[in-house]
Design a protein around this ligand. Structure first.
Ligand SMILES: Cc1cc2nc3c(=O)[nH]c(=O)nc-3n(C[C@H](O)[C@H](O)[C@H](O)COP(=O)(O)OP(=O)(O)OC[C@H]3O[C@@H](n4cnc5c(N)ncnc54)[C@H](O)[C@@H]3O)c2cc1C
Length: 390
């Protein structure tokens, strides 16, 4: 097989699928290449949250707010049920130390434009049953939402195909062709595809693609173990995380790390899907490309969940699984062309935010490739930001 296209997108996760959709919609000829099947990576082993409150105030939160806006029309646009719902979200606060950190975090989030407040535990209990009386408070934002990531990927792909995109599964990119410092195509296990632009959307495997042109990308797989319960009647009324989640994610103030958080970086995240299953997650660990769950990880997640919402441990568990978040040192994705090889574009490193940020990522990538500019300062997301640190 030897074919030609405008753009090759590498990776059939939520990011590659979104980019394929937004580029095809703007008339570009795109071939998406996935080594296994859609959602083989983190996008098929994750929670469902579009949680604005977990985003760092500033550009991170601005991206999430824009993405959430785009989500509002997405189901209609894709003509596919993606189970998008604005359900509201809470960050549970266990100690006065956490309250101090969260007050500052919430103040800065409000300054960036998020609708969020802090409630005492009495008021928190009015909007979510079953909270531990030992909690000191909670935040609440009506704007947090969730979506089914598998249906979302299906929706992006199906619609992209109607715009002329081609998708190749069970096809691994094994090399990149360049000439005079420019991308000329990709070599795959099923032949060569000629292109002028390639988008590396391989999530935690993006560094493997980078190595093919001698690039050292600062992305590492960060394992997240998670639990799924049986289907139960509506119980989790809003998406919920613990304040520990924020610190595990950003290492904000390790002074309130405790036995539960420990070296596994357990920060609780709980949400209930359309069918009634409850997701209870998750760990944040550097364990290479290992996607096994561990007794220790699952035990610690349950211990933390039981401490904050005691009744939750009464539900039966039907599945545990783990995914690899594509971690970057500053918690922001890497989006943009690289300087070394013309036509080599990166869109990876979304850590725990890829589902939330998928629409806005597709928008930014398509605008940068087609228009040469986008609505935010693209330098803030470019790979070069890490080089300027040294
Ligand atoms: C436990 C857990 C909970 C999470 N919860 C949330 C949440 O609630 N909300 C949220 O926004 N995010 C969440 N995330 C994060 C989210 O899952 C990721 O940010 C997102 O899925 C990353 O998408 P991606 O497309 O970049 O990567 P992936 O989904 O990993 O996709 C990369 C794809 O590239 C393919 N690939 C790799 N190498 C090659 C190659 N050589 N050739 C062809 N294809 C290749 C892989 O097979 C894979 O399918 C969670 C993650 C975990 C682990």
């Amino acid at each position: 097989m030897s074919r030609k296209t405008d753009i090759v997108v590498i990776g059939g996760g939520v990011i590659g699928a979104s980019i394929t959709y937004y580029l095809s919609k703007r008339g570009k000829k795109v071939i998406l290449v996935e080594k296994k099947d859609f959602a083989f990576g983190s996008s098929g082993a994750c929670d469902q949250m579009i949680f604005l409150q977990t985003k760092n105030p500033g550009i991170h939160l601005e991206l999430a707010i824009e993405s959430k806006k785009m989500y509002k029309n997405l189901e209609k646009e894709l003509n596919h049920p993606i189970e998008f719902q604005t359900i509201g979200g809470m960050v549970l606060i266990e100690t006065e130390d956490q309250m101090r950190v969260m007050k500052e975090f919430v103040k800065r989030q409000k300054e960036t434009g998020l609708n969020v407040e802090i409630l005492d535990i009495k008021d928190g209990t009015k909007i979510q049953e079953g909270l531990s009386p030992d909690l000191v408070g909670t935040t609440y934002s009506p704007d947090d939402a969730h979506v089914n990531s598998l249906e979302l990927i299906k929706g992006y792909i199906k619609k992209a195909v109607t715009f002329g995109a081609e998708v190749l599964v069970n096809t691994e990119v094994i090399g990149i062709r360049t000439k005079n410092g420019k991308v000329k195509g990709v070599e795959t296990t099923k032949g060569t595809i000629g292109c002028e632009v390639l988008v590396n959307a391989a999530g935690s495997w993006a560094p493997v693609i980078g190595e093919m042109i001698g690039l050292d990308l600062p992305i590492r797989p960060r394992r997240g173990q998670i639990i799924l319960t049986e289907e139960v009647p509506p119980y989790i009324k809003h998406d919920i995380i613990s304040a520990n989640y924020i610190t595990a994610k950003y290492s904000l103030d390790r002074s309130f790390d405790n036995d539960v958080l420990g070296k596994l970086g357990v920060g609780l995240a709980i949400s209930q899907n359309h069918r009634g299953n409850i997701f209870i997650g998750a760990t944040r660990e550097f364990a290479g490309y290992n996607t096994e769950t561990t007794r220790e990880g699952i035990r610690r997640i349950l211990k933390h969940a039981g401490k904050l919402i005691p009744g939750i441990v009464n539900f039966n568990i039907i599945r545990t699984f783990a995914g690899l978040r594509p971690y970057t040192p500053d918690g922001l994705p890497i989006i943009g062309y690289v300087d070394e090889v013309e036509g080599f574009f990166i869109a990876a490193g979304h850590e725990g935010d890829g589902i939330c940020l998928s629409p806005v990522t597709g928008k930014i990538v398509s605008e940068l490739i087609i228009d040469g500019k986008t609505f935010i300062d693209a330098k803030l997301l470019n790979l070069n930001r890490f080089r300027h640190l040294t």
